[in-house]
Design a protein around this ligand. Structure first.
Ligand code: GLU
Length: 498
């Protein structure tokens, strides 16, 4: 049953096996990433398998969040519920017959047995054991049933679960990160592999899937290390060489507890909505527990594929550092062109209902985005600063009005601005830079500091006391447009004094 005709030269086969009982968690995303990097870097194949046996908690909505989030991260798979493949189906809920077939084989060979104990009986015996101060473990009552008792129970039509009969001896989990983990099988009780309703238990499903899907490497969180002991027992019982395991450390919050909502957002889709770039999130997740062996920190996905190696993975704690993620996001924002960044910002303007900003001509929107990009940590950071560009002319904030009124020789200063602006037409960067230079010279020739001209210019054009570099403002509205905005500001000032 183990021979599938696989060749060593086929390359490793890995799987990512999330349970669709929640959105894709950052911790699972990191597991998916490690699997993907390992497989793409070694010419292997990856299967996506949905472990949806918990019918009550699994949902289509979570399933689609998981698939969508993985794709957003830039990951893909060679086989999966959405694309099929030679080892399907890829949803555990659709594989129950396969699991039952494997459980039957164990029943036939004595590797498993029927257990007729009801949950109430089990609960009672557990309670009694605890009261006596004994550890509870299934007491093998049904293994020791006489033939007569068994027949009697069968005749009664008593429902039964199928339990794995744990053999004696040592169990060795071969872990690429932790070496050989050896456990005495006597520490493990006869676990249920098939429930009384005929559905497979977690361990049987995982192992049968890993066997039938020809999985060679199991990379997952170290919360599954204890499960791996049971899995190795099952592989042995089926006469199949277990895959190589790598149990990486779990993602922790800054306080050292497992990363959860109380630390902040935990789902990949939350980070997408918060305005993180997928490259930054992937870069950050890769750096948690993996290092290229030197101090480089900024990687694209393709660089990660080239550089990643299992040898670079450490078993040390992986503490999620929000500051570091923000820093990396900033670096990846910097690496995008103005046009790319504009494309990325548009969905956030849509979500925020910024219709007017969205209605700006594309080239103007790019100038506007270019003007605010230095202040951006995330994509959402662009939304409010961009409001400036749809502010009506002459709409001057109270603070900016105060500043304008405080300005000495304001009339003359604004006059210089308008004259210089009106002498130019083009809204390109070169012209805008020349205008600012000319204004500085004009100020100097009057024995003024540059600020005396540039400050009222900014206040009058934007109506605000803070904002982007003047060059962008001139590029956005054009020299003529800026002159008109100064006129409008003057009218507002005049109205103030009526
Ligand atoms: N479905 C399990 C989880 O989401 C993964 C099991 C496995 O990788 O073996 O944690």
């Amino acid at each position: 049953m183990a021979d599938s005709g696989r060749q060593e030269s086929d390359g490793p086969r890995v799987r990512f096996a999330p349970s669709p009982t929640g959105k894709l968690h950052l911790g699972s995303a990191r597991t998916a990433l490690f699997n993907w990097l390992f497989c793409r870097g070694s010419g292997g194949a990856m299967a996506l398998r949905l472990e949806d046996t918990d019918r009550e908690r699994s949902s289509e909505e979570f399933e689609s969040d998981i698939l969508h989030s993985l794709r957003w991260m830039g990951l893909d798979w060679d086989e999966g519920p959405d694309i099929g493949g030679d080892h399907g189906p890829y949803r555990q809920s659709e594989r129950m017959d396969i699991y039952r077939g494997y459980a039957d084989r164990l029943l036939e060979t004595g590797g498993a047995y029927r257990c007729y104990c009801t949950p109430e009986e089990l609960e009672q015996r557990k309670k009694a054991a605890i009261e006596k101060g004994l550890p509870w473990r299934y007491d093998r009552r049904c293994l020791e049933l006489s033939e007569q008792d068994r027949e009697h129970l069968e005749k009664e039509g008593r429902p039964y679960a199928t339990r794995f009969r744990v053999p004696e001896g040592k169990v060795v989990v071969n872990d690429l990160l932790r070496g050989e983990v050896t456990v005495d099988a006597s520490e493990i009780d006869d676990f249920v592999i098939l429930r009384s309703d005929g559905t497979a238990g977690f361990h049987l499903a995982v192992v049968v899937d890993d066997i039938t899907m020809d999985i060679t490497h199991v990379i997952r969180g170290d919360d599954h290390l204890t499960n791996a002991v049971r899995h190795v027992l099952l592989f042995n019982a089926f006469g199949v060489e277990p895959p190589l395991f790598l149990h990486h450390s779990l993602l922790m919050g800054p306080d050292g507890a497992k990363l959860s909502k109380r630390h902040g957002a935990t789902a990949v889709s939350d980070y997408r909505e918060l305005g993180y770039l997928h490259e930054a999130l992937v870069n950050y997740l890769a750096l948690l527990s993996w290092s290229p062996g030197d101090d480089r920190e900024i990687f694209s996905l393709s660089e990660l594929v080239r550089e990643f190696s299992i040898r670079g993975v450490s078993a040390g704690k992986a503490i999620f550092d929000f500051e570091k993620l923000n820093w990396l996001n900033r670096q990846h924002v910097k690496m995008r062109s103005d046009a790319e960044l504009t494309d990325l910002v548009i969905p956030f303007l849509e979500t925020a209902g910024r219709e007017e900003t969205l209605a700006l001509p594309r080239e103007k929107l790019e100038v506007a985005v270019a003007s605010v990009r230095n202040g951006m940590e995330t994509l959402t950071d662009a939304v409010e600063p961009l409001d400036l560009y749809v502010r009506p002319a002459g709409d001057i904030s109270g603070e900016a009005l105060d500043e304008l009124e405080k300005s000495l020789e304001l009339e003359e200063a604004l006059g210089v601005c308008m004259e210089t602006l009106r002498a130019n037409e083009s809204a390109d960067r070169e012209t805008a830079e020349r205008i600012v230079k000319l204004l500085r010279e004009e100020a100097k020739s009057r024995g003024w500091g540059a600020k005396k001209v540039l400050w009222p210019l900014r206040l009058a054009v934007t109506g605000l006391t803070v904002g982007p570099d003047l060059v962008y403002l001139i590029m956005f509205w054009g020299p003529g447009g800026c002159a008109e905005r100064i006129e409008a500001a003057k009218r507002t000032l005049g109205e103030q004094h009526e």
